[in-house]
Each structure stands twice: as C-alpha cells, then as structure tokens.
Write a protein that binds this ligand. Structure first.
Ligand code: GLN
Length: 545
C-alpha cells in the first residue's frame, strides 16, 4: 500500500514548501524508499508556460515536454523521483478535464459541482501516482492555507484519508514563526491561526515544520504543540539557511523529521545514507578557487527567473571546488552603460533563454564583448540565437541580421521559425518541447565535455538557426557541433578560435544536479578557473617586473 504525505503551507507564501518537500523526498529515498513527488497549484492557468517570469519565476521543463512549476526543479535536484506531466496539476487543468468530461456526457445528467466532481478529479490525480513501484507519494499543495483558490485542494486531501485510511496519510504543515524585534521574542500566534484554519477544514496536521530565523525554545515548541494539538516531538524547527539550500535536508535530519515520518507511517526503512551530500556541503564550505560569472538576462533582478541556471552554476562550482560568485546583470543596463563597465572583471559570461525583444541588443553587446575579449561564454536557447545574430552582424558583416521573432521583415533572418511552428497560433504547450536527441561532432568542446557522441536534452523554443546561412557561418569559423539526428537542426554552435565559446539551443540547466554537475556548466567553470589563474599569474608578473 502506497503511503501519502501532504505538504501544506501557512502564514505567508515563499516559505520554501518546494524545498522542504524535495528534502523530505530525498531523506526517504536515502532510507531506501521509492518516492514520487507532485505539486498541485491552485491558479487557473493550465500550466505556468504562459506566465511571465515576474509572476512565476522560471518555467521548469520535463523530459516529456510538460512545462511545470519551478519547485519540480528542486524535486529533480534532490531526488531521483521520476517526474512527468502527472507531477504538476493546476486548478486550470483540473477544471479543463472536468468540463471536457461534462461535454462528453460522462456525468449522466448530474449537476457538476466542486464537491464531489472537482474534488474527485483532484483525488484522481493524486491516486495516479500510487502504484506497486511507489512506497510514498509526496503531494505539495501550492499557495497558502486560507486562500480561496486552495479550498478544493484542501478538501480533496481531507477526503483522501477517508478513502485510503488515516494510517496511510500524513499531513505536514509548514509555517512561519516570526521574530519580533520590538518584543524581542518569537511569535507563535500566526502558526496557531494557520493551523486553526486547517482544522476548520477538517485537517489536523500531524507534523508542523516551523520556519524561523532564530532557534525556537523548548517552551515555545511546547506552546505551539499545545495550541495546535500536536505532540512536541512533531513540532520541527527549520531555521533559515544563510549558507546554502543544500543544508535544509541535513537540518531536518538533525531535528528528527525523517525518523518521525518513518515511525508515523509505519514504514520499513534502511539506514540513512548521506555521505555524498555532506561531502558536497564540505566542498561548498571549503572552496579552492573563486570565480565570477555574469548572467546577462532580461529578468536579472528576479531571483527565481533563472533558478535552474543559478543552481547549475553552483553545481559546477561544487564539482571543481570553486566558489562561483554570480553577477545578475540586466541586459538593458548594458544597452545604457556599455559592457565594459558592467562586465569587466568577470571570468565568464552566460546569456540565458528568454522571449521578447526587450534587452536583446544588450545581450548581443555582452556576447560581442565575450567574443572579442576572449572571455568564456555560454549561451542558452535565446542566448544561442543572440550569439548567432552577433556573429552574423559583426564577423560575417550581415548588417541588420536578426531573428524573425524580433524583426519579421529582416533581410538577414539568421534565426527563423521552425517549420513545425509555422501554422501554430495557440500559445500554451505548443513550442518544440521536452527531451530531444542530438548528435555531436567528433571534434569540439561539446564532445569533449559530454564524453559521448549522442546526448538527450530538454528544449523549449519556436525559433532555430536558419540553415541557409550554415555554410557562411562555417566559412567564418562559427561551427555547428551538435545537430538533431537527421542533421537538420543546429543544436550547438562553437567558436574553435576562442578559448571557450559555446551555445546551445536547448536547456542543459534542467539536468544538472548538486551531486552530478552538468558537463557543459562544468566546462564553463573549468574555463573560467583557467582564465582567472592565467590573469592572476599575468598580474603578479606585471607587478614583479
Ligand atoms: N524565444 C526563443 C524561441 O522561441 C528562445 C526561447 C528560449 O530561450 N527558451 O525560440
């Protein structure tokens, strides 16, 4: 019988439910259990694919092409849980499915209502993950208890315990215990209210995880337990981590969470295995090198817009024992202030993916700067397209070269719409999405990094390198070193005359893990370390002479 853990959040949003759920998944997995993770989001968009990064942060793409919430990135980085389109549902998807059933006449003349039809649909998507190969399903409910939109999801998880038995379900509630400076103490009232709201719905949480900036005293835990009807051993402190998010699972272990879950669900488990994780934290704490990478994007000021890219840079840093200082640079500010002022001093430059024209010229200037100053450069998706435009304009001399995404009438459309995209009008879920195979050329940085001839990476784009120009680019030494299996789509470009200049049409950041850095990010960091040591040697020679 598969066991179910439901993770809800209270008091405020952004408490890190995703990270906590991922950490729980990781700890159970490392006790030998087979875990699946799932996020239910109460908003009405069918998926986050159509939302601006300002609203939602990054859109995380899975192998099967689903565009999902960025918390699924945490799930993949922390666990081996297989993720698919069943791992993320929204209110929009739930309603869409119920309304389609109604149109097909599947409700036999009944009035279709939130209870039971919407709640049944929600319970259905939770049950879908429970099978013989799964010991525990962890379902995270997006939003905060008390939100109007969350109600049907909370009602569904309440009913779920009736269906499968209370002994097979565990409710974990994540709350905030704020420190009030004026009073000089931690306040437990918001947590009491939040649990009160859950209990009104009929859910008595089994475990409380309390986010806090200061340690919670035994007396405060006792008080929380008393008011929330929870034994003190199940009031778990989760103190803010200033150093790294990868500390979260270890602190949960220190506070006894994994052992408690095992006990409460009556699971048989192995001993917890965390050596490699402790090792990666050791590497993070004791770096041998320090380098800096500029990430030049349209949403640089938003901390979650390029989440997986920032994480992947950290992973590559761990791999090379290097502390990676990331500079988030707004591409529009390069247009105003020029690249020298904003980019000099960095050991590498990365231009991430994106949509829309704002900031494009700043990205192109940043790439020109990296190319001419021989700074390691990594372009991702739109970053690759910008590298192609920059090369066309400034090396080949194709004045006005552009992508038809930004200038439909350009005379030099070096980036153009994929054939399969030409007749598509709907925006949601219609790009070239998900895992695609690419073949690598025998020579080149890509092949050297991957150490294999065939790769599989995740995509999310509508535009591509225009093959009409391939010869011309090759003649000027920008080469295609990775293509779709039939050779028709350029997936990777490189400049063999540059120390490290590589750009890809796909999103490698989605496949990087803290314990297994992505080979291309690792290559970039290696090149940045080499550049840094070369420059410091040169500087010391200059100062000695
Ligand atoms: N806007 C570009 C395209 O659709 C790039 C997309 C991306 O960077 N993910 O092709």
């Amino acid at each position: 019988m598969t066991k179910h853990i439901f993770v809800t959040g209270g008091v405020v949003s952004s408490l890190g439910k995703g990270l906590t759920s991922a950490s729980i998944g990781m700890l159970l997995e490392r006790r030998g259990l087979r875990v699946k993770l799932q996020k239910l989001d109460p908003y009405i968009n069918v998926d986050p694919g159509t939302m601006s990064p300002y609203q939602h942060g990054e859109v995380y793409v899975l192998d099967d092409g689903s565009e999902t919430d960025l918390d699924l990135g945490h799930y993949e980085r922390f666990t081996h849980s297989p993720l698919s389109r069943h791992s993320n549902y929204t209110t929009g998807q739930i309603y869409l499915s119920v309304i389609e059933k109604e149109r097909r006449g599947e409700f036999l003349g009944k009035t279709v209502q939130v209870i039971p039809h919407i709640t049944n649909e929600i319970k259905g998507v939770i049950s879908k993950l429970a099978d013989q190969e799964t010991d525990v399903v962890i379902t995270e409910i997006g939003g905060t208890v008390g939100d109007i939109e969350s109600q049907p999801f909370l009602e569904a998880i309440r009913q779920f315990a009736l269906d499968v038995g209370k002994e097979n379900c565990l409710y974990i509630h994540l709350t905030l215990v704020p420190y009030l400076k004026a009073a000089g103490e931690l306040k437990t009232k918001p947590t009491q209210h939040s649990v009160g709201q859950l209990r009104e719905i009929g859910i008595q949480p089994d475990i409380l995880i309390c986010r806090t900036e200061r340690s919670i005293s035994h007396e405060d835990r006792q008080k929380i337990g008393l008011f929330c009807n929870i034994p003190i051993e199940a009031v778990i402190e989760e103190k803010d981590k200033e150093f790294s998010i990868y500390e979260v699972p270890l602190s949960l272990v220190d506070n006894g969470l994994d052992a408690l879950i095992i006990k409460r669900l009556g699971l048989n488990s192995d001993l917890l295995e965390l050596d490699d994780w402790r090792n990666l934290l050791h590497c993070l704490r004791n770096p041998k090198h320090e380098i800096s990478i500029a990430v030049v994007g349209k949403y640089a000021e938003h901390k979650d817009a390029y989440k997986s890219i920032y994480e992947a840079l950290d992973h590559a840093g761990i791999h090379h024992n290097a502390q990676v200082r990331i500079g988030r640079i707004q591409s529009e500010s390069i247009e105003r202030e020029g690249p020298e002022r904003l980019l000099s001093g960095y050991d590498g430059i990365l231009v991430p993916g994106g949509f829309g024209e704002r900031g494009i010229e700043g990205k192109i200037e940043a790439i020109r700067y990296a190319r001419e100053r021989r700074i390691p450069f990594f372009g991702i998706c739109l970053g690759m397209q910008c590298a192609v435009i920059e090369f066309a304009r400034h090396v080949i001399g194709l004045e006005g070269a552009h992508s038809t995404e930004f200038n439909k009438d350009t005379l030099r459309p070096v980036i153009c719409l994929l054939d399969e995209q030409k007749n598509i009008t709907d925006k949601g879920g219609t790009m070239r999405l998900g895992a695609q195979t690419a073949h690598l050329a025998p020579d080149g940085v890509a092949r050297e990094c991957y150490q294999k001839p065939i790769i599989e990476e995740r995509h999310r784009h509508r535009y591509e390198f225009n093959n009409v120009y391939r010869q011309q680019f090759a003649a000027h030494n920008m080469v295609v070193t990775g293509t779709s299996p039939d050779g028709s789509l350029a997936e990777i470009i490189e400049l063999p005359d540059h120390p490290w200049f590589l750009a890809v049409q796909y999103h490698p950041e989605f496949k990087s893990k803290p314990t297994a850095a992505h080979p291309l990010f690792s290559g970039l960091i290696q090149a940045a370390i080499e550049r840094r040591s070369f420059r410091s040697e040169r500087n010391s020679e200059v100062s000695a002479s």
